[in-house]
Design a protein around this ligand. Structure first.
Ligand SMILES: Cc1cc2nc3c(=O)[nH]c(=O)nc-3n(C[C@H](O)[C@H](O)[C@H](O)COP(=O)(O)O)c2cc1C
Length: 221
C-alpha cells in the first residue's frame, strides 16, 4: 500500500468485529512503529497490549463507570473549551457520528448508550495503552507518543486493521491502573482500540472533512 493512500484512507473505526487479531500481527506492527522519531531517540512510550479476559473486564468496567456518571478526572486533562474555528469542527464530527447511526440529538438514551459503547472500546478485541514515566518532561513526550501512535495506526491500516485512538479509554485511569498493574511512576496517556473494522456499520462510512489549507497555512515568502 502506498503511504499516501494509507494516510488519506485511515479513519477512526467506530465499530469493530469481534475477530481476534493474531498476536504475531500486533507484534509486527509494533516492531515497525518503534521506528517513529522521538526527542533525542528517547522512545519514551511504554505499551500495554491488552487482550482476552482482562480486556473484556476493562471494557465492561470502563463502560459501567461512564454509564454511572463517574466524574473521576483522567490523568491527562480533557479539553473543556475550544476556540473558534475548532469548536465548529469538534461539533461537526460528533453530529456526523450520531447522524450516521440515525441517533437524533433529542434521543438522550441512545446517545448515552452509544457513548457507553465508546467506553466499551467500540467492541474492539485489543487495546494498546500507552504510558510515560512521570519523571519525563511531558510536553515533548506527548509529541513523541502522537508520532508513535499515528505510525502504529497507519501500519495497522496497511494490514487491513482498524484503529481508534480513544481518550475515553483512559477516562478512568484507576481501572487500567488496577487491572493492568500499572506502577505509580507511570502516567496513563492514551488507549487505542485495535481490531478488524465492521465495514457493514454506517458509522465507519460517514464522509469526513478537513479544513482547507487557506484556513491553517501561511506562506511566508
Ligand atoms: C488523542 C485522540 C483522542 C481521541 N479520543 C476520542 C474519543 O475519546 N472518542 C471518540 O469517539 N474519538 C476519539 N478520537 C478520534 C477523533 O475523533 C478522530 O481522530 C477525528 O474525528 C478525526 O477523524 P479520523 O480519525 O476518522 O480521521 C480521538 C483522537 C485522538 C487523536
Amino acid at each position: 500500500m502506498e503511504l499516501s493512500t494509507a494516510v488519506v484512507e485511515r479513519r477512526t473505526i467506530r465499530h469493530f468485529k469481534s475477530d481476534l487479531v493474531p498476536e504475531q500481527v500486533i507484534r509486527e506492527i509494533i516492531e515497525k512503529a518503534r521506528w517513529a522519531p522521538s526527542w533525542a531517540n528517547s522512545q519514551p512510550w511504554e505499551l500495554y497490549v491488552v487482550i482476552g479476559d482482562t480486556l473484556e473486564r476493562f471494557k465492561q468496567i470502563n463502560r459501567q463507570k461512564y454509564l454511572e456518571g463517574d466524574s473521576h478526572p483522567s490523568e491527562i486533562p480533557m479539553p473543556t473549551e475550544w476556540p473558534d474555528p475548532l469548536k465548529k469542527r469538534v461539533t461537526w464530527v460528533g453530529k456526523s457520528v450520531l447522524e450516521s447511526l440515525s441517533i437524533t440529538r433529542e434521543d438522550k438514551e441512545k446517545r448515552r448508550r452509544y457513548y457507553g459503547d465508546v467506553h466499551f472500546l467500540l467492541g474492539a478485541p485489543c487495546m494498546i495503552l500507552v504510558t510515560l514515566d512521570k519523571g519525563i518532561s511531558i510536553e515533548y513526550a506527548m509529541l513523541d507518543v502522537g508520532l508513535f501512535m499515528q505510525t502504529f495506526c497507519l501500519l495497522a491500516h496497511e494490514k487491513g486493521l482498524g484503529t481508534s485512538m480513544l481518550a475515553a479509554a483512559v477516562r478512568y485511569p484507576q481501572v487500567s491502573r488496577e487491572l493492568l498493574q500499572i506502577p505509580d511512576n507511570q502516567i496513563i496517556i492514551i488507549g487505542t482500540a485495535l481490531g478488524y473494522p465492521d465495514w457493514d456499520s454506517p458509522v465507519n462510512h460517514f464522509k469526513r472533512e478537513r479544513a482547507e489549507l487557506s484556513e491553517f497555512v501561511k506562506w511566508i515568502k
